[in-house]
Design a protein around this ligand. Structure first.
Ligand code: ATP
Ligand code: MG
Length: 753
């Protein structure tokens, strides 16, 4: 037993039950912070070490790359390095991307197929609408893409969609869908939804592949199952239908991706899909204080379509949840910055233990500026930011062109970037020629003389570029070399990326870029080389563990690297060890936890979002989103809103979120810096902060418990107590008509009666 002991150490009885469940379907249905993710990690280790199941038979699917990374790290602590690496811990998208690469020939795709991100998708969509001469005003590209995405999530391909289209709008979408898909196909590209869709058809249409994968992935585990969509359900189900060793964990109250096609029925009907299922409920929360948990519970009971779950905690009661009313977004950001600074200085809370959440990305700007001005280190969890930079997209586009000769979208991006004498008119002429001769655009690079519409200078430039691309492809093994020597040492990925940056002219271009005197873009390209190197080291290590070290070809490393880059997502940018405050959307916060959480913009129209107006279902999803935010907090929670907010340049009065009114008075404390916005600004920007602090101290003495006071808004009340906290000195007042409120003295404009 001794080997197993550490695997079960510190687990509760129901957690142990889930961890030691070996065969047959298992559902862990439990609220936030109850250890669902922990149970999956331990179960992986238990199956391998405790039961002796081969690690490569284990597949765990998490919601984000970051969660997968963390799970891998935890598993590595419980198993040997070799065992840990043999398990598969992935997201649905990364798993599918890998399977598609592996079985590309079955799907008629090049193994170096491109994965299109949102920007690439938009470009392909614009092209489709242009080709069909459809007016983008009536049929905006974004709504077309979202209709197509919905269809794909329901496993409807273009033909299937066309069949069921019954009105003019849908028939137009069907045409656009067909065209868009044809463009992707011509480019050897898949969008994110296609990754799932193609995997479903791979498993459906190739029984031998399915059999192989079932044999391989005998134990399937899925975290955050409440947010799986239909396609993901099909994949999970196909893999585990035979062995039935599927374990899902989730919480229906945290289902927040309905707008992206997630189907909450997957978890609600688990027992119907798997009648033999054992269901384990976890009821103890290890994350949050009693107060935070009570607030979360009080909120979520307002959702009608749910089954109530008991959740309790042994953790301390903790501080009340603070509802912070600010004058506007600037004061809100200032208040959060100052409170975080106070916690950091007075209570030794590390920056990395604090987070700010918001409903939509645009709310981060003012917060960022304020943190910057206050010299508070912060990071934004926007995983794609690095790869979104122009210079990085250029570099990646070059690598994609090397890997995937069909990828015209990326080829067009780089063909004259940096400028090499191939004008837009020349490109148009080549496109026309390719179309007329039914020839892939890429082939013209090797044979530009045939395009008689090009002048000889352009022909030369194209031929020269074509040669460079060809050399890259030969080096990378994408096209066969003439005197191929299989024993020759493989070039490194790092070296190859450096070659491409140099030979493409990108490096020189950014070195001489006058608009970037600090050479930041050049430094970013350097960072890309570093990331290629790190990826390569990891990749080789894994290959070595699997005993395949000798065989790793540059081509393989390049394709795997591009796949990883394409799958970076929002939550990936988070690294709390960096010692900085994390800013992220509520959606990205799923599964994470922080000792201190501030949610900003808790206003009607933002949270709940406007789109939930008049739609009770959407309103419930918004409430779940607020619930997810609240339940990330371990010790302290601030729910902030402004009385005014500037959106699209217009300052508008706001209404505090209805969710705030659903929180019971005994778990919240009202803080109202908005009563004196100027004092707050002065304090923040250094003007007169000191005098206000001493003023507050003086005031504290003026309002002894029991004193009768008057507030301009809340009327008459009696002081219950005063907590001296410097500039944040608070008084709890029992108002005759407005109930108990806690106010910051220096802003409260209280009068002693
Ligand atoms: P969410 O629904 O938010 O994803 P979860 O159910 O996955 O939450 P975990 O993240 O696994 O919860 O656990 C929450 C916290 O509680 C983690 O810090 C975890 O380490 C801790 N925890 C879980 N179980 C125990 C336990 N038995 N003893 C001590 N700590 C635990
Ligand atoms: Mg979890």
């Amino acid at each position: 037993m001794s080997e197993i002991d550490p695997l079960l150490e510190g687990l509760t009885e129901p957690q142990t039950q889930a961890v030691t469940h070996v065969d047959g379907p298992l559902l862990v249905l439990a609220g936030p912070g109850s250890g669902k993710t922990r149970v999956i990690t331990r179960r992986i280790a238990y199956l391998v070490k405790g039961v002796g199941i081969a690690p490569w038979n284990v597949l765990a699917i998490t919601f984000t790359n970051k969660a997968a990374g963390e799970m891998r790290d935890r598993v590595a602590q419980l198993l040997t390095e070799r065992q840990a690496r043999a398990t598969t811990v992935a997201t649905f998208h990364s798993l599918c991307a890998r399977l598609i690469r592996q079985y590309a020939d079955r799907l008629g795709l090049p193994p170096g197929y491109s994965i299109y991100d949102t920007a690439d998708q938009k470009r392909a969509m614009k092209q489709a609408l242009e080709d069909l001469e459809i007016n983008t005003k009536n049929f905006p590209p974004a709504s077309m893409l979202s209709s197509i995405s919905n269809a794909k999530n329901d496993l409807l391909d273009a033909a299937g969609f066309a069949k069921q289209a019954s009105n003019f709008y849908d028939r137009t979408v069907a045409k656009v869908y067909t065209k868009y898909q044809a463009i992707l196909e011509r480019n050897g590209a898949l969008d994110f939804d296609d990754l799932l869709l193609k995997t479903v058809s791979l498993l459906k249409q190739h029984p031998d592949v399915l059999a192989e994968l079932r044999e391989r992935f005998q134990y399937v585990m899925i975290d955050e199952y409440q947010d799986t969509n239909h396609a993901q359900f099909m994949i999970a189900n196909a893999l585990s239908a035979e062995h039935q060793c599927i374990m899902c964990t989730g919480d229906p109250d945290q289902s927040i991706y309905g707008w992206r096609g997630a189907n909450i029925q997957n978890i609600l009907e688990f027992e119907q899909h798997y009648p033999a299922a054992e269901v384990v409920r976890l009821e103890q929360n290890y994350r949050s204080t009693k107060t935070i948990l009570a607030a979360a519970d009080a909120l979520i009971v307002n959702n009608r379509g749910r089954r109530h779950k008991e959740l309790w905690t042994d953790n301390p009661t903790g501080d009340p949840v603070q509802i912070v009313t600010c004058a506007d977004e600037r004061q809100e950001a200032g208040w959060v910055a100052e409170e975080f600074k106070r916690l950091h200085e007075e209570e030794n809370v590390a920056w990395g233990q604090m987070a700010v959440f918001y409903r939509i990305n645009s709310l981060s700007r003012v917060m960022e500026e304020t943190l910057r001005n206050s010299s508070i280190p912060y990071q934004i969890a926007r995983g794609t930011a690095f790869y979104d930079r122009k210079e990085i997209k250029d570099a990646i586009a070059y690598l994609r062109v090397v890997a995937n000769p069909s990828d015209e979208v990326n080829l067009l991006r780089v063909i004259n970037t940096p400028a090499r004498g191939i004008s837009a008119a020349s490109v148009k002429a080549m496109q026309a020629f390719a179309l007329a001769n039914n020839q892939p655009f890429d082939e013209l690079l090797g044979d530009p003389l045939r395009v008689t519409a090009l002048n000889s200078r352009a022909q030369n430039s194209v031929a020269k570029f074509g040669k460079t691309v060809d050399t890259w492809r030969t080096t990378a093994g994408i096209v066969a070399a003439e005197n191929h020597d299989p024993t020759a040492p493989q070039p490194s990925l790092r070296g190859f990326v450096e070659d491409v940056l140099r030979d493409s002219g990108l490096e020189t271009f950014y070195r001489n870029d006058k608009s970037d005197p600090d050479q930041e873009r050049l430094a970013n390209l350097g960072e890309l080389v570093t990331s290629a190197q790190q990826f390569e080291e990891e990749y080789l290590f894994e290959a070595e563990q699997a005993g395949e070290y000798e065989q790793v070809h540059l081509r393989e490393k390049l394709l795997a690297f591009l796949e990883q880059v394409a799958l970076v997502s929002d939550a990936d940018g988070v690294d709390s060890s960096q010692g900085s405050v994390t800013l992220m959307t509520l959606h990205a916060a799923k599964g994470l936890e922080y000792p201190v959480v501030a949610m900003i913009g808790v206003e009607d129209g933002l949270l709940p979002h406007d789109r939930a107006n008049d739609d009770p279902q959407e309103l419930e999803e918004e409430r779940r989103l607020a619930f997810v935010g609240i339940t990330r907090a371990e010790e302290r929670l601030y729910l902030c809103h402004g009385k005014y907010r500037t959106v699209f340049g217009q300052t508008m009065p706001t209404i505090r979120s209805r969710f705030l009114t659903e929180l019971p008075a005994d778990v919240v404390e009202e803080v109202d810096p908005s009563s004196d916005p100027h004092a707050m600004e002065d304090d923040l920007f250094g003007g007169g902060g000191g005098t206000q602090r001493s003023l507050a101290a003086k005031q504290a003495g003026q309002f002894p418990p029991g004193a009768l006071v008057k507030h301009p808004q809340f009327g008459l009340g009696r002081v219950v107590n005063v907590s001296p906290m410097g500039a944040h000195t608070r008084a709890k007042i029992d108002f005759t008509t407005s109930g108990t409120k806690t106010l910051i003295l220096q802003y409260a404009r209280l009068e002693l009666i």
